[in-house]
Design a protein around this ligand. Structure first.
Ligand code: EPZ
Length: 418
């Protein structure tokens, strides 16, 4: 299991290119099984979660090949609709293979999904949504069995704007006869990207990015070449890294409209941020003010996937901050590790109270999950002395060699292979 060894105390300066979004790539790869031709995904960043999704597609019989940074998927030969537990247990996104499989094969047999240990991660909204489209579902012995002989368009109201459930239902409806409407849909940019991908293959989806999505069923989805959006969580992680360490960093190939909530908070705390087309430049020269309240909400609210990174920043600011995590029950696991580095944090249920300290001190810590692992990297860069981060495989799920990007900006991170 690889570790990071970080020498702290460096500022961050320079430019960094933001790669394609993990959470756009994953549903797009799942959806590609519905295409009766060849799908080419440009600038496909092979995070380990993406590598696992490619393995799932190959398990189903699709042929996948990466040439330069383009992923080529030929699903015409796919002939299986069962995904065993050894594949599904690693990633949450295996659950939204249900929609594409029932659309393509009329059947699905998928073991329960895995993913970051940040809460119960129920799938009831996925199940209820697919059942609203006539899919018969039985859950038995750790598997979800779907029979879509009666798949038809329908109206789905989501009790909560779940990202994955919205994507699953969208994909199940694309080839279903008639018009499907999803109410209280998630509005994340990755949902709009999936809509654009589906429409580029001949689908008829509209409304993504709003809470009502309309899908008109079509008979087939044809070949396409597509470039997904850039990763707003990686962009946000690097903005917070510079805010914590100080310096001047420009993000390239990004879209600042995806990060309005974060940018507003960082400006409140004293960061200078310039927006220019697909560039974001952040400059920080002094210790920042604490942000009194940060509350995670569905998009366009403050993203839960930046909560750990923001909590880390608050440990070094002047003042006190209250952070409320509304999306996931146990997404404060980072706080025990930050306390080892000298942070002053109190956590009770879904609330964290942070009193800023002048400095953190290097220590040996362990990444509990993907985004809190990224938060620990930020802490290590800012801490006095040396920090070891264990279990960095969590971080590799959603960052492709985070150490290279940050070292190019002036950090001193060594990956120790074990
Ligand atoms: C997606 O997960 C993202 N993952 C997560 O990113 C992200 O944190 C989350 O959306 C919220 O933005 C991918 O896109 C692969 P949800 P997902 O369904 O779809 C409840 C990362 O770090 N819920 O929107 O699993 C659930 O418990 C990952 O990149 C139900 O109750 O999130 C949670 O409280 C972590 N029943 C809330 O909805 C369901 O059937 C949001 O979950 C489904 C969800």
């Amino acid at each position: 299991m690889d570790k990071f060894f970080i020498e702290g105390g460096t500022k961050l300066n320079g430019d960094v290119v933001i790669p394609t979004a993990k959470n756009a790539l994953l549903p797009i790869l799942a959806c590609s099984i519905m295409c009766d031709g060849v799908v080419e995904i440009e600038k496909c960043t092979t995070y380990t979660d993406v590598e696992y999704m490619i393995k799932i597609l190959e398990e189903l019989g699709a042929e996948c090949e990466i040439i330069d940074d383009t992923l080529i998927i030929n699903s015409s030969l796919a002939d299986k609709y069962a995904i065993p537990e050894e594949y599904t247990k690693r990633i949450r996104s295996s659950i939204f293979m249900l929609g594409p499989l029932v659309s393509r094969f009329g059947r699905a047999k998928v073991a329960y999904p895995g993913g970051c240990n940040i809460g119960a991660r129920p799938i009831d909204l996925h199940i209820k949504g697919l059942e609203s489209l006539g899919v018969k579902i039985v859950e038995r012995h750790g598997y979800i069995y779907c029979n879509a002989d009666n798949l038809s368009a329908g109206q789905v109201h989501l009790d909560f704007p779940s990202v994955g459930a919205t994507e699953n239902i969208m994909m199940a409806a694309v080839l279903a006869k008639g018009t499907t409407t999803i109410y209280n849909a998630a509005k994340e940019p990755e949902i709009e990207d999936l809509q654009n991908f589906i429409n580029a293959m001949g689908g008829k989806v509209s409304g993504a990015g709003t809470s009502t999505i309309v899908i008109e069923g079509v008979s087939r989805l044809h070949s396409v070449k597509y470039k997904p959006i850039s990763d707003r969580i990686i962009a946000g992680t690097y903005l917070i890294s510079c805010a914590a360490a100080g310096g001047k960093v420009t993000l390239l190939d990004t879209n600042h409209s995806f990060n309005t909530a974060l940018i507003s908070k960082l400006r409140q705390s004293g960061c200078k941020i310039k927006l220019n087309n697909d560039k974001i430049t952040i400059e920080v020269g002094c210790r920042l003010r604490s942000i009194s309240k940060i509350e995670t909400l569905p998009y366009p609210g403050f993203p839960t996937d930046l909560q750990s990174q923001m909590l880390t920043l608050q440990t070094l600011c002047r003042g006190n901050s209250m952070i409320i995590e509304n999306l996931f029950e146990t997404r404060f696991k980072i706080y025990t590790e930050l306390k080892k580095m000298g942070a002053d944090i109190l956590v009770k249920d879904r609330m964290a109270i942070v009193s800023g300290v002048k400095r953190l001190f290097g220590a040996s810590v362990t990444a509990p999950d993907l985004r809190s692992g990224a938060g620990l990297v930020i802490a290590g860069i800012c801490a006095e002395g040396y920090t070891t981060i264990n279990d960095v495989y969590h971080i590799d799920r959603g960052y492709l060699h985070i150490e290279n990007d940050l070292n190019n900006l002036g950090a001193r991170i060594t990956r120790v292979k074990e």
